[in-house]
Design a protein around this ligand. Structure first.
Ligand code: FAD
Length: 320
C-alpha cells in the first residue's frame, strides 16, 4: 500500500507544482505509515523523475508510451486507476490545475473514490480523515471528511513547504493497458513561442494595474521583475486596454496564481482581482492610496507612488 502522486510534466521535467504535491504526498505517507509512489506519464527526463526522491517519494512508476505525452485526461485517469490497483493505493494526490482536476474527477468516478479539490493543509487523521479546502475563490474554508476507502486530494500550491533533499527515487517502468476509445479525439501540445516564465509556475510575480498609467510606463515594473527573476502579470483593465497581453490577466476571469511572492503595483485590490491571487504566500502592495482595499490582503504594504518606489526596489534587489 502506498500514497500515489500523479505528476505533470513540462517538456519531460516534473512541474514545480507537482513536486510540491510529491512533498505533500510524502508527508501523508509518513502520517499513515506507508511510502510515497509517483506516477509520471509520457516522455520524461529520467533525472527529473529521480528528483521526486528529493521531495520524499521512494519510487516513480513511469509509463513512457508516446501516446501519453500529450495531456489526455481520459487516458491519464484510466492509467492512474490501473496504477492505484497495482499499488493498492488508498490515497491519491494531484496538484491543483486544469489537468489535475480533470484527471482527479475521472479517476474518482472509476475508483468510486471520494474527492476533495483545493486542499490547503495536511489532512487530520484521527479515526476519520478530514481535509481543509478553500471555497468561494479563497474567501472561506471548509473541512470535509472523506469516508470512502480510496481518497483523492487535489492540492493547492503552498499547502505545504516543500523542502528538497539530495535523495533520489528509483524509477520503474509501468506498462498500463491503453484503451483505444481514450485516443479517439486528437490531443496535441502547442509550444509557447516565448521564453517568458509561466505565471502558474512562477515563484515571484510582479503585477501592474491601472495605476501604471499606460503601456509606455511598464519599464520600471519589468526592471524589478528582471532583477527578481519574476514573471509579470496585470489586472483585467490593463489587458482589456491592451497595455499588456491577455495571457498576463490575473483574477477571477483570468489566471489564478499562487507564487511565494506577489508584488502588486498600482492595483486597487478589487475582489475579482483578489480571487486570482489569494493563494500567494506573501503579498506586497504598492499603492499611493492608503485606503486601497488591496492593503487589507497584503502582508507588506508600501504607500507611495509606484514610479518612485519601483526603481528604488530594483536597485535594492540588484545591490543584494
Ligand atoms: P483601478 O481600480 O483603477 O485601480 C488603480 C489603483 O492604482 C488605485 O488603487 C490607485 O490608488 C492606484 N494608483 C494610481 N496611480 C498610482 C501611482 N502613481 N502609484 C501607486 N498607485 C497608484 N479585475 C481583475 O484584475 N481581474 C479579473 O479577473 C477581473 N474579473 C472581473 C470580472 C467581473 C465580472 C467584473 C465585473 C470585474 C472584474 N474585474 C477583474 C475588474 C475589477 O472589478 C476591477 O475593476 C479591476 O481589478 C481594477 O483594476 P486596477 O486595480 O488595475 O484599476
Amino acid at each position: 500500500m502506498s500514497v500515489l502522486i500523479f505528476v505533470e510534466l513540462d517538456n519531460g521535467s516534473v512541474k514545480k507544482t507537482s513536486l510540491e504535491a510529491v512533498a505533500y504526498g510524502a508527508e501523508v505517507a509518513k502520517m499513515t505509515g506507508t511510502t510515497a509512489t509517483v506516477l509520471a506519464l509520457g516522455k520524461a527526463d529520467i533525472s527529473s523523475l529521480e528528483q521526486a526522491g528529493a521531495f520524499g517519494a521512494s519510487k516513480v512508476l513511469h509509463a513512457s508510451d508516446d501516446k501519453l505525452t500529450h495531456e489526455n485526461s481520459l487516458a491519464y485517469a484510466d492509467v492512474l486507476a490501473q496504477a492505484v490497483k497495482q499499488e493498492d493505493s488508498k490515497i491519491i494526490i494531484l496538484a491543483k490545475s486544469g489537468l489535475g482536476d480533470a484527471v482527479a474527477a475521472r479517476a474518482s468516478a472509476k475508483l468510486k473514490a471520494g474527492i476533495v479539490s483545493g486542499v490547503t493543509e495536511l489532512p487530520v487523521i484521527n479515526g476519520g480523515f478530514t481535509v481543509k479546502r478553500s471555497i468561494f475563490t479563497g474567501k472561506a474554508f471548509s473541512n470535509v471528511e472523506i469516508k470512502s476507502d480510496i481518497k483523492i486530494l487535489v492540492v493547492k500550491k503552498n499547502a505545504i513547504e516543500a523542502i528538497e533533499s539530495s535523495e533520489k527515487a528509483t524509477v520503474e517502468t509501468f506498462s498500463p493497458v491503453l484503451r483505444d476509445q481514450d485516443f479517439q479525439a486528437s490531443v496535441g501540445t502547442i509550444e509557447k513561442a516565448s521564453s517568458e516564465l509561466s505565471l502558474t509556475e512562477a515563484d515571484i510575480i510582479v503585477s501592474g494595474g491601472r495605476g501604471m498609467k499606460g503601456p509606455e510606463n511598464w519599464q520600471p515594473l519589468l526592471d524589478l521583475a528582471k532583477a527578481l527573476g519574476a514573471a509579470t502579470g496585470c489586472s483585467k483593465p490593463v489587458s482589456d486596454l491592451d497595455w499588456r497581453p491577455h495571457h498576463e490577466h490575473i483574477g477571477q476571469t483570468g489566471i489564478k496564481v499562487a507564487p511565494n511572492l506577489y508584488i502588486a503595483c498600482g492595483i486597487s485590490g478589487a475582489i475579482q482581482h483578489l480571487a486570482g491571487v489569494n493563494g500567494s504566500k506573501y503579498i506586497v502592495v504598492i499603492n499611493k492610496d492608503p485606503e486601497a482595499p488591496f492593503f487589507k490582503a497584503a502582508d507588506y504594504g508600501i504607500v507611495g507612488d509606484v514610479f518612485d518606489i519601483l526603481p528604488k526596489l530594483t536597485k535594492a534587489v540588484e545591490d543584494l
